[in-house]
Write a protein that binds this ligand. Sequence first.
Ligand code: ATP
Length: 349
Amino acid sequence: MQKRSPRIAVVPGDGIGVEVIAEGVRVLKHLAPDLELEHFDLGADRYLRDGVTLPDDVFMRWRDEFDAIFLGALGDPRVPSNVHAKEILLGSRFRYDLYINQRPIRLLDARKCPLKGKGPSDVDIMVFRENTEGLYTAVGGVLKKDTPDEVAQEACVVTRKGVERIIRAAFEWADANGKRRVCMSDKSNAMRNVGQLWQKVFRIVAAEYPHIEASHLYVDVLAMELVRAPERFEVIVTGNLFGDIITDLGAILQGGIGLACSGNIHPGQLGLFEPVHGSAPDIAGQGKANPMATFLTAGMMLANLGRPELEVRIIEAVRVLLLADQTTPELGGTLTTSQVTDALLEQLG
Ligand code: ATP
């Protein structure tokens, strides 16, 4: 039977999401013309128009018919509750069980790194953040609300299965990509119950990969070490909250939010790929949004669809553009969003 082309659900979303996804689509069409792209009108405009966030029929179509979701950004000042973003983005993460949040910290141009004397060979890390558990499950509650005795509780929910699969994903990726160091980070000195489960499972899984050095750092020490000596790290695996924070630190190490990409993945199933930045209403509609994070996100999506050579081409082309200052103003260039894409396409040939 002939294998069908990968099918991508394209969700531009809000603000600069719409602008950068249009550019990302140009790159995808150039590099992988066989992809089937279908656009979905979901986001703040749609929510304000007819109250729709993520309809059930769309949720099921994506699950059954698509290989990946290519998402811009969600967030709009006209929707202060952000309900549409929560239901589309967090809804997808949890309902499709996308337990891996994979975020590279990869410096392409030494001049963009705020650390003195560090270059691309010092900052090249893949972070595996657990994406469905921890402190982000909304398990908890409020008691005696709006009284002087108000009590709030947020439970850190961690399962052995959840911890094992994210740790295994980190080791598997390290193994497949020639990496030899995996560092697990937690706060087991203070959060003992959850920490001991992470520690135990990490030891068990690491033993299956004796050729990979397994180390551990408390997350506060990791934060310091990422700034002092990022070259120590190849692969980091951590929980939901710590991963969220550490990867934002990492975004700055590699040159800013305009370069940070991410994938929400459950191997063998539909994945959701998005630039890390938000909808940035302050610069929306002005041609100032840097589309490079979206190009790198497209690369990550292509790698996950079994085309890693296309990701390498995108990374190398972005590197050339950065070194030539062919960027948007926030990185010191003078190009508009679509001019950056023109330059990238020329570079890709
Ligand atoms: P949220 O994450 O809550 O949606 P946001 O969209 O306001 O928030 P971020 O994505 O965190 O913000 O970005 C903060 C600021 O960084 C933006 O307001 C914008 O000025 C700038 N910024 C973000 N992404 C880009 C980009 N791709 N290109 C250029 N500047 C950006």
